[in-house]
Design a protein around this ligand. Structure first.
Ligand code: IVH
Length: 686
């Protein structure tokens, strides 16, 4: 930080806040042992943000405020690894594992009765990542790419809270502790836990986006986003397991590397075992064959590494793989069973999904009786029929799926599947848009969609009505107490207490949860409405842009398209949603219940509401920040770049390329004085 003109007191305060925030992050995301509350964390973060806003010269890239960068990239740049990122040879079964041990003995010229020490580590199923630290500060993060050169995804990796922006230097009194190196490439795997994977997919399903097939794809997709804000919403984590290039430090063994990484503040998986010989390795691998099912994330094997670095360098590598390590792969979890029926489920957006109902069968410790068939084309591609004997497969957190039909077992009585032309729940027409794989029920009053919609409305990321789960929603609908999400707000505890299995206390809790949700911010309410193509992020952008629900309701497609991130498909979907009679009724009831959130501190002036305004050049009467705050307060969105979505450009002195761009795009341009006049005439309450 260029801090020459800052008082020592300010510097000390900033450094203290950063230390406390880094520590809180570490305890929460690396150690899973938080010491301070979320509220305390938020207040430290706010204090630091305020100081940094006041003293922008004090901002550094490693400050905890800088985890989520402001501007999306236009492309990723290449990153050359200092030491190549190698891949591993596979071993399937114990024989191949023992053959690896023999190869090591031979290459090291060791007698076969002299055991080699190995380290066993879980093989995480995510995306391999390399982090470069110079003097303990994160300076770059990259994907593996071709092993020599990957993509620079630093901004995305910085959003992962388990990755330290500054390495720790606090364990030096510990015997054998390693100092912070001048330079080190830390290697590891960025992953998503099962919980996060499901949360993301639920949300995508709800907003009509395609779901990810498995946590690995979701992790990879999240890190290949050009906008770090999207990556930040995916809540990835990262296990570190090795080093690439390093300077100013030395290691004796793989185990010492893992210890040093832990001391330096990286997340290292605890399920590591140093084995004195290959028999112990085999036993540990066996141990994890069933234990791996209980992990909250996916692994696809066990990595076995020669512990000693002296041995490792003697063994070297062949092609792109080290000779000192091997990836033991567990056999695929498959089983054979019979399809009893193919049913069709209806989702919140009306999407119909064929599901195979099967004779229950055990696949590596878990009993399975349903498998997704994804869509109609998939059923026909695999030629799956009712009565077929099929091979099914489970892999990690993936929903069980049908791999193939055992055609030899066909008797000729099997029945082909056809997507129904009427919704199995409401009997409305089923339509499949050209080019889309998904067939949808078009019924606007389809009970299945209404049910899913209400469940979505109450969910944690929407209105967050704690304790109102699918079972209660079903009961409330069946008993006729609710017909749409807004009805929830008119329920009384007494009404709910008469439901089956509902104690007075639970009815009161449900009532309180519903009432508490009334103060949810506008962004959550918009998201909760379940508009197709409007996920959390778009909902937040709409809330920010319009400031209240009426403004969103009345916005035309053209006005909506001015909102950052809103394209024509989303704009059309929003307009369609607000034009439905059912929506108007829900909004009327919400208002009647007193729910009409507004983005705080904003007015909706006719001259400014919903506009996107860019300031360029030097302003003389206001600072840039004051001007931006002013238009925001009047209902507009300040923006830093001119595009065809810009409503107005305010050009100060010496305006340059943005002014040229505004002219070339035909965006109206006014002077600072004209702008101030416009503010005065807007009738705003300032
Ligand atoms: S060590 C030279 N350790 O498996 C050693 N890799 O093909 C290279 N992986 O791309 C990697 N867990 O993404 C190592 N504990 C672990 C691992 C691990 C997962 C991945 C890594 C690599 C692939 C090997």
């Amino acid at each position: 930080m260029s801090t020459s003109n800052l008082s020592n007191e300010v510097i000390a305060k900033i450094e203290d806040l950063r230390r406390r925030l880094d520590r809180a992050n570490y305890l929460y995301y690396v150690k899973d042992q938080p010491e301070i509350s979320d509220a305390q964390y938020d207040s430290l973060m706010r204090a630091l943000q305020e100081l940094e806003a006041r003293y922008p010269q004090a901002v550094t890239p490693e400050s905890p405020t800088q985890r989520v960068g402001a501007t999306p990239l236009t492309e990723f740049t290449p990153h050359v690894h200092l030491a190549p990122m190698l891949s591993l040879a596979n071993a399937f079964g114990e024989d191949e594992l023992r053959a690896f041990d023999e190869r090591c003995h031979k290459a090291l010229e060791l007698p076969s009765d002299e055991p080699i020490e190995y380290v066993c580590e879980l093989k995480f199923d995510g995306l391999a990542v390399s982090l470069t630290y110079q003097d303990g500060k994160l300076i770059a993060g990259a994907t593996r790419g071709n092993g020599m050169q990957g993509e620079n995804i630093t901004e995305n990796l910085k959003t992962i809270k388990a990755i330290p922006l500054n390495m720790h230097n606090s364990k030096l009194d510990k015997p054998g502790a390693k100092p912070i190196p001048n330079l080190v490439e830390v290697r590891g795997e960025a992953i998503l836990t099962h919980d996060e994977f499901h949360r993301i997919n639920d949300e995508r399903e709800e907003s009509g986006e395609p779901t990810f097939a498995n946590p690995r794809n979701a992790a990879a997709g999240s890190l290949r986003q050009l906008d770090p804000k999207i990556t930040a919403m995916r809540r990835l984590t990262m296990f570190c397991y090795g080093v690439g290039a390093y300077e100013g430090v030395d290691f004796e063994s793989q185990n010492k590397v893992l210890c040093a990484l832990g001391d330096w503040g990286f997340k290292v998986n605890p399920n590591v075992k140093v084995c004195t010989n290959i028999d112990e390795v085999a036993a540990y691998i066996n141990d994890w064959h069933t234990k791996k099912e209980k992990l909250p994330y996916d692994i696809d094997g066990m990595v076995v590494k020669v512990n000693s670095f002296a041995y490792q360098s003697q063994l070297g590598s062949v092609a792109r793989s080290p000779r000192w390590a091997v990836a033991y792969k567990y056999p695929a979890m498959q089983a054979t069973t019979v399809i009893i029926d193919i049913i069709v489920g209806v989702g919140r957006t009306g999407a119909l999904t064929p599901v195979a109902i099967m004779e229950p069968v055990e696949v590596s410790g878990v009993t399975v009786s349903r498998a997704t068939l994804h869509n109609e084309d998939e059923v026909h591609r695999k030629d799956v029929r009712i009565g077929d004997t099929v091979v099914i497969q489970r892999a990690g957190e993936v929903i069980p799926e049908v791999v193939e039909v055992v055609k030899e077992k066909r008797k000729g009585t099997e029945v082909e599947f056809h997507m129904p032309t009427k919704c199995p729940v409401c009997n409305a027409d089923v339509e499949r848009a050209p080019g889309e794989a998904v067939a949808r029920c078009v019924g606007i009053a389809c009970p299945a969609q209404i049910r899913e919609n209400i469940i979505h409305f109450t969910s944690r990321t929407a209105m967050d009505m704690d304790g109102i789960g699918p079972a209660l929603v079903d009961q409330l609908i069946e008993s006729g107490l609710i017909h749409d999400p807004a009805d929830l707000f008119f329920l009384k505890a007494e009404n709910m207490a008469i439901l089956d299995r509902m104690a007075q206390k639970s009815a009161e809790n449900a009532y309180n949860a519903i009432q508490a949700s009334k103060t949810a911010p506008l962004s959550r309410l918009i998201y909760a409405l379940g508009i197709r193509h409007v996920g959390e992020r778009t909902a937040a952008a709409l809330a920010e842009h319009f400031g209240n629900i009426d403004a969103v309701t009345n916005a035309s497609e053209e006005v909506l398209a001015e909102v950052p991130d809103v394209g024509p498909v989303v704009a059309a979907s929003v307009v369609r949603f607000f034009h439905q009679e059912e929506t108007a009724e829900v909004l009327r009831k919400l208002k009647e219940a007193g729910i009409d959130p507004k983005v705080e501190g904003r007015q909706q002036t006719e001259a400014f509401a919903g506009k996107s305004i860019v300031f360029t050049g030097a302003l003389t009467k206001l600072t840039r920040e004051q001007a931006e705050q002013l238009v925001y307060k009047l209902g507009a969105s300040p923006s830093s770049s001119v595009s065809k979505k810009t409503s107005l450009v305010v050009a100060g002195e010496k305006a340059g390329s943005k002014l040229d761009k505004a002219h070339s795009l035909g965006v109206p341009v006014i002077s600072e004085d004209e702008f101030l006049e416009m503010v005065k005439e807007s009738g705003a309450d300032l």
